[in-house]
Design a protein around this ligand. Sequence first.
Ligand SMILES: Cc1cc2nc3c(=O)[nH]c(=O)nc-3n(C[C@H](O)[C@H](O)[C@H](O)COP(=O)(O)OP(=O)(O)OC[C@H]3O[C@@H](n4cnc5c(N)ncnc54)[C@H](O)[C@@H]3O)c2cc1C
Length: 314
Amino acid sequence: MVLCAGTYGSPPILMRSGVGPAAHLRSHGIAVRLDLPGVGANLADHAGVDIDCGYRGPARTAPIFHLLATFRSSATPSDQAPDLMLWLFDPRGDPPVFEIDVGLLRPRSRGAVRLRSPHPAEPPRIDLPGKRDPFDVGRLAEAYRRGLEVASRPEIRRLCAEPPAPRPLSTSELPDLIRAKGYSLPHVAGTCAMGPHPDDGAVVETSERVYGTGRLSVIDASVIPNGPSAFTHIPTRDARRAPLRTARLGNLTSGPGLPGSALRAGFIGNWRPSERRSRYQAHGSRRRHPPPARNWPTPPRCQPAPCGAGTVRP
Ligand SMILES: Cc1cc2nc3c(=O)[nH]c(=O)nc-3n(C[C@H](O)[C@H](O)[C@H](O)COP(=O)(O)OP(=O)(O)OC[C@H]3O[C@@H](n4cnc5c(N)ncnc54)[C@H](O)[C@@H]3O)c2cc1C
């Protein structure tokens, strides 16, 4: 059985089925089948902040500088995945704005998804991570300064009538601005995290089977244990395609801690090129890139289930 109700949807289904943090389940009168503390915990998200470049012209359909660039904060070693992002939008909206969004890709802050009640029609209680960890605020501030540098480049200045806003701030003011203006991108993940051991908060193995169950898997963004260094759609799609076929590869789960080792086990966005190559070689493929999904079956069309429907039997 494969569960794929998303970062907010999969944990409530597991919890209502008796799979999750025992104390939380008991507090809702749910019989505990499997005490898995990580279910619904570890909610990760990408935080962002806008910089208005000062463009005051019409909206544009042809791109000016529509691009996305990732880079590392000063706290991130060069052998680790980028943790910051600049995203340039073309002028849009009413009135049109030309913005640079700066984003934090590898957040430390964590939230949670919990049941409000055992009733399936009741939406879960979602506690977004926000920017509660000061390390995240510091890195977003660094990205903001970089965004202002880019907004001040002549290539952008010649398109814009006014200076970028808000103007550069003092070191003490910038964290407050980040906290006040920051928003969720929203790229939520992590509430059924993949990892080496359930005691460390992992919910699924690298095969995406739920720990302690026979044939129950979760395959959606909730298994991504850390905010990936990419938007989440493609890592989620790859989670659907790759790990089920490849994750039984030797030592991929070795290594300390949950995020790094588990990420390398399943998510292409976070692999270094050498790892990516070896993973595809392990597939028996000489290609650097994944083979096309020609043989992947077309998913059946399905009727939407009633809101909150469904439990699973582990
Ligand atoms: C506004 C927005 C913009 C985004 N933009 C981008 C982008 O530009 N690029 C990018 O890479 N990512 C983007 N993302 C993120 C991306 O959409 C997600 O990472 C991705 O869809 C996650 O896939 P998923 O399968 O985990 O969950 P989902 O795509 O959310 O799929 C879960 C499905 O389960 C269903 N479901 C939930 N509960 C139940 C239930 N109880 N019974 C039956 N069905 C249920 C839901 O209706 C849904 O169809 C965006 C997300 C949002 C919200």
